[in-house]
Write a protein that binds this ligand. Structure first.
Ligand SMILES: [Zn+2]
Length: 253
C-alpha cells in the first residue's frame, strides 16, 4: 500500500512538473526553489509553486515581448495572498509571485510569461505582490481594514508587523498611514528577490528616492510600483527599503 502511494505521488509530481503555466519545464517539487525561465533556482525560503497542491495557478498571462529588466514590488491591498489571487483572477490580472503574511512565497506562473500587474512595464518586469492591506490617507480607514479586511479568511498564524505602527510617510505628495510588513515577509522577500536577481541577471539595486523615475523604461533593477507611475503608492511608505536591500545582499544575488 505504501509502495502504491509512493508511485502515485511520483507520477502525480512528474505529471504536474511537465505542465507549467506558459508551457515550460518546471522544477522538481522540493518547496525551496522558484522557476526562472524554465529553470529551477534555489530560493532558500519556503515556496509553493503553481503546480503543487495548495498553490495558485494563473491563466491570465501573455507572451512576453522583451527580456526581464525589472522586479516590481507591490502591496496587494487584499490582506492575504489567497485573497489577492482571488481579486486578481476576478479582474483578469496576474502577478508572478505573492508573499503571504507568514512569509510563504507563492509562484503562480513562470517568469518567462508576461503577467498583468504593471501596465506598460509588464513586458519587461516580474511582479511580486506582498500581502498587506495597504496605505491610506485616513488612519481610521487603515484601522478598519487591518490586519485583514472583513470577510477575508483570517490566517491561523498572523505575525505582527516588523515595526509597531501604524507608520506614516509621504508618497507623491500624499501623506499616508500603513502598517509595516512582517519579519517573515522581509526575510522571504530578501531571499526571493536575491534568487530572481541571480536567475534573471537583474542588478540588486533600487532607486534611492520615492519619486517616479525620470525614465522608468531605462531602469534595470528592483522597483516599487510607485517608481513607475504617480498613480500608485505601493509598496507604501512603511516598506523598509534599507532593510530589504540588506537582506537581498545577505542572500547573495
Ligand atoms: Zn501595484
Amino acid at each position: 500500500m505504501r509502495r502504491l502511494l509512493a508511485l502515485l505521488l511520483l507520477f502525480g509530481c512528474a505529471g504536474a512538473g511537465r505542465r507549467g503555466a506558459g508551457g515550460e519545464e518546471t522544477a522538481p517539487i522540493d518547496g525551496r526553489h522558484i522557476v526562472v525561465n524554465g529553470r529551477r533556482v534555489a530560493a532558500g525560503t519556503r515556496v509553493v509553486l503553481w503546480t503543487e497542491p495548495g498553490g495558485f495557478r494563473t491563466n491570465d498571462f501573455g507572451t512576453r515581448k522583451g527580456e526581464v529588466r525589472q522586479i516590481v514590488l507591490h502591496y496587494d491591498a487584499a490582506g492575504t495572498s489567497a485573497q489577492c489571487f482571488k481579486v486578481l483572477e476576478r479582474r483578469g490580472l496576474s502577478v508572478h509571485f505573492m508573499v503571504d503574511l507568514d512569509g510563504t512565497v507563492y509562484q503562480t506562473c513562470d517568469t518567462s510569461v508576461r503577467a498583468y500587474h504593471a501596465g506598460k512595464f509588464n513586458d519587461v518586469s516580474v511582479g511580486i505582490e506582498i500581502a498587506n492591506v495597504g496605505a491610506y490617507a485616513d488612519r481610521a480607514e487603515l484601522e478598519r481594514l487591518w490586519p485583514v479586511p472583513q470577510g477575508v479568511a483570517r490566517p491561523p498564524h498572523l505575525p505582527p508587523p516588523a515595526r509597531p505602527g501604524p507608520l506614516r510617510g509621504r508618497i507623491h505628495g500624499r501623506d499616508l498611514w500603513q502598517q509595516d510588513f512582517t519579519e517573515e515577509q522581509y526575510e522571504a522577500l530578501g531571499a526571493l528577490v536575491a534568487a530572481l536577481c541571480r536567475g534573471l541577471g537583474v542588478p540588486a539595486e533600487a532607486p534611492t528616492g520615492k519619486g517616479v523615475l525620470r525614465s522608468p523604461e531605462a531602469w534595470r533593477g528592483i522597483l516599487g510600483h510607485y517608481h513607475l507611475t504617480a498613480q500608485k503608492t505601493d509598496p507604501g511608505p512603511a516598506f523598509d527599503w534599507e532593510r530589504f536591500l540588506g537582506l537581498v545582499r545577505r542572500n547573495g544575488p
